[in-house]
Design a protein around this ligand. Sequence first.
Ligand code: PEP
Length: 251
Amino acid sequence: MRIPVIAGNWKLFKTIGEAVAMVRELKPLVEKCEDVEIVVAPVFTALSRVSDVIACSNVKLAAQDCYWEEEGAFTGEVAPKLLKDAGCGYVIIGHSERRQYFGETDLTVNRKTKAAIAAGLQAIVCVGESLAERESDQTFSVIETQITGSLAGLSAADFGQVIIAYEPVWAIGTGKTASDDQAQEVHAFIRQLVAKLADQSVADAVRILYGGSVKPDNVKGLMSQPDIDGALVGGASLKAESFAAIAAFNS
Ligand code: PEP
């Protein structure tokens, strides 16, 4: 059985004070949510303080990126073990905004994923096609390239620390959600790819999240699909009430 994950990506929003206030508001709203992993990903500077506030709650902590080296002369970078030290259990890797604006490639995503796993984090690895790629029928080939490149060389055990997020770029922050069928089709394809990269039992166990304008009113339909195991939520994760409503998709 795959435990669903509802993860909120706060991107470059919220001061430390605002992040702390948000989780203080969120905790009681989600305390009765069962059988779901609830994760928030604040900016780096807020991680440690948010970690203190969510201790002993069912809200878990993610970072939005990491580097692949443990330490050294790498100005501005943050190592996975430092994220663990700040209280993170998860890290988002290869978000389309990092691929688009910061030169992230499947190779760097792969290195970061391996480093995150080695540090004991759950790696939330993002893939997704652009609008031009979807319109020119390249969705499946783009996803295949991203998945095989980003997850190359992982052992079956490593996959136990991988969560895949399928986020069609055209659906992120646009208000356009993939239909339940469109999302399911790609999720099923990704699961087959994981079976080829590892084996069927690994593929059956790996969580695949959908991301792209997930809101309280569309989450149930998406979550009713057999291969959709959760959501990576941007805009609707910034308010406690809407994020809590998404986390309560099964109630
Ligand atoms: C995201 O940032 O990963 C995302 C899916 O954003 P939104 O929900 O705003 O589309």
